[in-house]
Design a protein around this ligand. Structure first.
Ligand code: AHR
Length: 321
C-alpha cells in the first residue's frame, strides 16, 4: 500500500513534464557553455571575463569558465574536458593563433560547435569553428599609425619609435604590428628602433621599457604599446628615468581601459585606440542562435573608436570598462 502511494506521488510530480512536447522539454534545460579564457593578464582581460560571466547569467546560460593562465596547453586541456563533459557549445579566446587543429577536430567529431571570441586561430579548415566575434586588430594598428603620422606631419627629422609587443604568436600582437607598420612605412622618417614583447602585462611593459631606455636613452621619440597595461608600466619606467611621459616621449597604446583614461587625464599618455572587451552579450546571443540551428555570420566585428588625451576627461564618465 505504502509502495503504491509513493508511485502515485512520483507520477503526479512528473505529470507536468510528461505533458510537455519533447522540443519544449529540451528548451527547459539551460544551454551549457564551456569557456576557456586566456588568463588575467590585463585590465582589458578582467573586463572581458566579467562581461562573459554576467552575460551568461543574464541569458540563463550555464557557464563553465576556465582560466588558462596565458598557456595554450591549459586551453587545450580545458577544451578536451568540455568535450568529455558534453557541453552544448565551446567558446574560447585563443592565447596564440597556431596549433589548434587537433583539438578543434576533436570538438567537431563530438558535434560540439566552437565559437571564437576576441582572438583568431590560424587554421586551414574554417569549418572547425562556427564564428569569430571580436575586434579587427589590424585596423587598430592602422588607427595608431594614422594618429602618429598626423601628429608628426610637421616633423622634419627622424622619428624613433620603440614598440612593446603583445604576447608572442597572439593575433593582437601580430595584427597590431602589421597594421601600424603598414601606415608608417609610407614615410621613411618613421623608424622602429626597438621592438620586444611585454606579454600584455604592466610588469613586463615596465621591465622592457627600462631596457629600451638604457639602450637608446633620449633617442626615443615615440612608444607604441600593443595594450594600455604595458604603456602604464612603461610610463613608470619613463618617469623613473627622469623623463616626462607624453611630452619627452609620445605614447600610443590600445584598449582604452579606465586606467588609460586616468593616465591621459593626468597628461601621461597621448592616445588610446579602443578595443572593446564587452563581448559577452554577443557571444551568448551567438551561442543561442547556433544551438537553435539559426544561420550565423562567420565573422562578427566589434565597432571601436580612438581617444586622444584632449578628449579623455569628457569621455571618461561614459566609459564602461
Ligand atoms: O586580445 C585582446 C588583448 O589581450 C588586449 O588588447 C590586451 O589588453 C589583452 O591582454
Amino acid at each position: 500500500m505504502r509502495f503504491n502511494r509513493r508511485i502515485l506521488t512520483l507520477a503526479l510530480a512528473c505529470a507536468p513534464l510528461a505533458a510537455l512536447p519533447t522540443g519544449a522539454w529540451a528548451q527547459q534545460k539551460p544551454l551549457v557553455m564551456g569557456f576557456s579564457q586566456v588568463g588575467a593578464e590585463s585590465e582589458w582581460r578582467t573586463a572581458n571575463s566579467e562581461s562573459i560571466k554576467s552575460a551568461a547569467k543574464e541569458a540563463g546560460i550555464e557557464l563553465k569558465f576556465s582560466d588558462a593562465q596565458q598557456k595554450q596547453e591549459n586551453q587545450i586541456k580545458a577544451i578536451r574536458s568540455f568535450i568529455a563533459q558534453k557541453v552544448d557549445v565551446i567558446a574560447f579566446s585563443p592565447v596564440v593563433e597556431s596549433g589548434w587543429e587537433p583539438v578543434l577536430r576533436e570538438a567537431k567529431a563530438a558535434k560540439i560547435p566552437v565559437i571564437l571570441t576576441d582572438r583568431a586561430v590560424n587554421v586551414k579548415d574554417t569549418s572547425l569553428y562556427v564564428t569569430f566575434i571580436g575586434s579587427d586588430f589590424v585596423e587598430e594598428g592602422r588607427k595608431a599609425g594614422r594618429w602618429l603620422v598626423e601628429k608628426m606631419k610637421n616633423e622634419k627629422g627622424e622619428v624613433n619609435i620603440v614598440e612593446l609587443q603583445g604576447t608572442v604568436g597572439s593575433a593582437p600582437a601580430i595584427d597590431r604590428k602589421k597594421g601600424f607598420e603598414e601606415i608608417i612605412k609610407a614615410d621613411p622618417k618613421f623608424k622602429i628602433i626597438r621592438s620586444q614583447t611585454g606579454d600584455f602585462t604592466r610588469a613586463k611593459g615596465k621591465e622592457v621599457m627600462e631596457a629600451f631606455l638604457k639602450a637608446e636613452g633620449k633617442k626615443i621619440n615615440v612608444l607604441y604599446a600593443h595594450n594600455d597595461d604595458m604603456a602604464i608600466g612603461a610610463i613608470q619606467a619613463i618617469e623613473e628615468a627622469g623623463l616626462k611621459p607624453a611630452k619627452d616621449i609620445t605614447i600610443i597604446s590600445i584598449d582604452a581601459v579606465k586606467g588609460a583614461f586616468e593616465a591621459m587625464i593626468a597628461g601621461k599618455l597621448n592616445v588610446s585606440v579602443e578595443c572593446s572587451p564587452l563581448l559577452g552579450p554577443q557571444l551568448m546571443a551567438a551561442a543561442k542562435d547556433v544551438k537553435a540551428g539559426k544561420p550565423i555570420q562567420k565573422r562578427i566585428v566589434t565597432e571601436e573608436g580612438i581617444f586622444p588625451m584632449e578628449i579623455a576627461a569628457r569621455e571618461f564618465p561614459k566609459r564602461k570598462y
